[in-house]
Design a protein. Structure first.
Length: 95
């Protein structure tokens, strides 16, 4: 018997000039990011559209992923920037 283990992705999207950041969790990274972008675009003006995937973590279960997202939501901007720059110093899109 083969057990398939689902992987969850915690991700951070950034606007073009890094002014706006948004954190999300999904089991399907491509679909989750496009859905997140559409939802955020409806709420924000066009100039604030989140365009770049700048950070991703793979997490083994949904409870840990949601807990990690809640933890990151409590980070201040400087802490989030340090986290992103620890793996993506130039803030390049990794999507």
């Amino acid at each position: 018997m083969i057990l398939l283990m689902e992987i969850y992705f915690l991700y951070i999207l950034s606007s073009r000039h890094h002014r706006y950041l948004s954190i999300g969790v999904t089991s399907d990274l491509k679909h989750g990011i496009s859905r997140h972008r559409r939802l955020v675009t409806r709420k924000l003006k066009r100039r604030r559209v989140l365009q770049k995937l700048v950070y991703v973590e793979c997490i083994k279960n949904v409870e840990e992923a949601v807990e990690r997202k809640l933890r990151l939501n409590r980070f201040n901007r400087r802490q989030l920037c340090q986290l992103i720059e620890s793996v993506n110093p130039s803030w390049d899109s990794i999507s």
